[in-house]
Design a protein around this ligand. Sequence first.
Ligand code: SAH
Length: 223
Amino acid sequence: MKNNIIKSRVGGKSKRSGELLAQKLQAEGITNPKVLQAIANSPRHIFIPEILAHKAYDNTALPIGQGQTISQPYIVAKMSELLLGKKGDRTSSILEIGTGSGYQTSILAQITDKVFSVERIKALQFQAKRCLRAMDLHNISMKHGDGWKGWISKAPFDAIIVTAGASSVPEALLEQLVDGGRLIIPVGEQTQILKIITRQGDSYNEEQVEAVRFVPLVPGDLL
Ligand code: SAH
């Protein structure tokens, strides 16, 4: 029943709102056509509490319950662009840490072949799953687990994206990258620096992108 309600909220005027949001992000410097198309196609309003639906296509983070937030669309687009890398970089198998609302997951599922996503709060994972099903996206596998550990049985990944602020870079994530793979991760406490860490054999090359602010990547216990 609830799923049907979500499904009935997928279409309609969100198409135009998504297109307008994509135009806004393009004006802010997002250039990748695949990413812009995915933003234009995605009904962001189904991923947030209905009471905030009127803000769904604003370029802001919003609360989604459990003390967590749906990320700002600009940062979702920016990280997706970084994850795609340059022409020829592989994106057959992607790992996302911090499913949250599932909105970033839905964008990744439209621009890559296969997405694995890990979330520590069961209730959020459950709700995200419903939304992704309502969008008819079926190239996503989800796990209730601790993202600090990655997803060892599905590794290695062509790219890994972390959508929560990590106090340090999780060793397991570095180990779960293919050679040439990219880890996109915000590192720091209150505010973080968004980093791209590229694996080259047994060494890792780090680039800093920009300052960002995410909820923390919490160690350990699942909820
Ligand atoms: N991309 C999501 C961001 C959600 S906020 C969105 O736009 O909706 C970050 C998410 O990371 C939260 O849902 C939080 O529960 C999750 N998280 C925090 N620590 C985690 C951990 N150790 N393992 C998995 N998920 C974690």
